[in-house]
Design a protein around this ligand. Sequence first.
Ligand SMILES: [Fe+2]
Ligand SMILES: [Fe+2]
Length: 173
Amino acid sequence: MKRDILKTLKAEHDELRDLFKELKATTDRGVKKRQGLLEQIEAALIPHAKWEEKVLYPAFKERADRDGLQTHAEAVAEHHAVENSVIPEVHAAEPGTPEFAGRTKVFGELIEHHAKEEEDTMFKMARKMFSAEERAQLDEDYEAWKASDGAAATLAAEKAKAGMKGAVRALTH
Ligand SMILES: [Fe+2]
Ligand SMILES: [Fe+2]
């Protein structure tokens, strides 16, 4: 069977779903566990989201009809909400608190909503827009990028940014 970028992205969504489920089951006493799970979530989510933004979404937009353009705009707006608001809120909370539990719950709910929308709408459209060969090529490109220094640098930069925004938020709330 040919490899397919849409299958890879769906598998990563499922991995995130499992991690959020585990995180939701933690208690305020499980500080280490919460920190570890948040680390894992960010390590899985950030490269996924950045690659969608840099490669998949622009390629999708180029071939999209009007409905596709709206789907694209929704997806981008959700990425921005997560990056600029939800993740910094999480970073502004101490892991052993109800605030952390509440904010990571919202984080998980938004990711679930976004992933489902991609799977049910955007990826369905993309399956028609891109040939099996193109989807296989994208999958190879994605794997190569994830193994590159560029991906590691992106993850580090995004985490530093989230930490900084979170620190500012903690000071001003
Ligand atoms: Fe996305
Ligand atoms: Fe995604």
